[in-house]
Design a protein around this ligand. Structure first.
Ligand code: WQD
Length: 339
């Protein structure tokens, strides 16, 4: 049995590969390194003692996909590959619909041709509507505010229709809340290109001295300290959720949508203070206007993940900050050192 991991060199993908290899599950990574580094492969090998097989290429390349399925004994796919920057998706919607939607349809078609009908799909808590109230459960109202989130929403619909048309498909859709942290070894972690869009990489880069100060997007939300509240989940917990989904897939009825989060919200200022404590470094910040499209709060009801997968998170916000700092301080410029 071999698992095809699309986007396996990325942040969540690489941590999931480590978790699979730890359990002796054989895998092959398909990645075009658009937003990932080939050095990840060496790091995964150092952590696990095993080097994953690699196919360099794009999920939109149908001939390549057919070759991958023909030449390997793949039993299921964990599909991470895709673009994920909300702001960029607003500026380049066709790029996002092309890579995420067209790429996924091509992947599913190749799987169908090869008779591989098991997939775990990376979806996002950003599919929950602004009209829905926290905690979000899987049947909370959905609705999106940007093309990135619409691609996730539309792929969920495509998968639902596919399962309706052919019940041989086994599909698990995982809606991630806010993955942060890094592998405790400090060998793999999040390495965004350019100015980070997300809170944790930005905070980590301020603490390590790459950026002067954090802009806090709004302190007048109806939350305890006025700043945005999110459900941060350690990437190693998230990775373990995928392995559990893979193991339980056979027992599940066919298509399941499952939240992966802790169920606990933390504010921007709570994260800043936890990070300062974990790193021993100051994280100066200034209050800025709200960022367009942000919700005041976003945290999940984790009950379904516990009931169906036996999934419960193990790492605290302190652990997440400690591991994120360990990664950032050992690799201040990520995988590539500056010239
Ligand atoms: C968290 C909080 C910000 C940066 C997005 C996507 C989602 C998922 C994760 C992508 C908010 C505040 C942030 C900064 C700040 N997918 N913030 N200053 O917005 O919950 O979700 O990322 O890969 O689909 O929508 O995450 O980390 O950007 O923001 O004050 O410089 O931090 O306003 O309250 P978000 P985030």
């Amino acid at each position: 049995m071999q698992i095809l991991v699309t986007g396996g060199a990325g942040f969540i993908g690489s941590h999931t590969c480590v978790e699979l290899l730890k359990r002796n599950i054989d895998l092959i990574i398909l990645d075009n390194f658009y937003n990932a580094s080939p050095k990840v492969l060496d790091r995964i090998e150092t952590i696990t003692g095993k080097r994953p097989a690699l196919c360099v290429g794009d999920i939109r390349d149908e001939a390549l996909l057919d070759t991958v399925f023909a030449e390997n004994d793949i039993s299921a796919v964990i599909h991470f590959a895709g673009l994920k920057a909300v702001g960029e998706s607003v500026e380049k919607p066709l790029l996002y619909y092309g890579v995420n939607i067209e790429g996924t349809v091509k992947l599913l078609s190749a799987m169908d041709r090869a008779g591989v009908r098991k997939i775990i799909f990376s979806s996002s808590a950003s599919v929950y509507s602004d009209e829905a109230a926290c905690p979000f459960s899987e049947d909370s109202l959905t609705g999106c505010t940007n093309p990135y989130s619409w691609t996730k929403w539309m792929i969920e619909q495509i998968l639902t229709d596919l399962h309706r048309a052919d019940d041989r498909w086994k599909i698990v859709i995982l809606r991630y809340f806010n993955p942060i942290g890094a592998h405790p070894s400090g060998l793999i972690g999040e390495d965004p290109k350019g100015i980070p869009n997300n809170l944790l990489p930005y905070v980590a880069q301020v603490a390590v001295g790459r950026r002067e100060k954090l802009g806090v997007f709004g302190n007048d939300y109806p939350t305890p300290d006025g700043t945005g509240v999110r459900d941060y989940i350690h990437v190693c917990d998230l990775a373990r959720g995928h392995v559990l989904a893979l193991e339980k897939m056979e027992e599940l009825p066919g298509l399941e949508i499952i939240n992966l989060g802790t169920g606990k919200g933390s504010s921007v200022l709570e994260v800043v203070s936890a990070f300062e404590k974990a790193s021993g470094k100051p994280v100066p910040y200034e209050i800025k206007p709200r960022r367009a499209g942000d919700k005041p709060e976003c945290y999940c009801d984790p009950e379904k993940a516990k009931r169906l997968l036996g999934f419960e998170t193990e790492y605290s916000l302190e652990d997440m900050c400690r591991d994120s700092w360990n990664w950032q301080s050992k690799n201040p410029f990520g995988y590539e050192q500056p010239e």
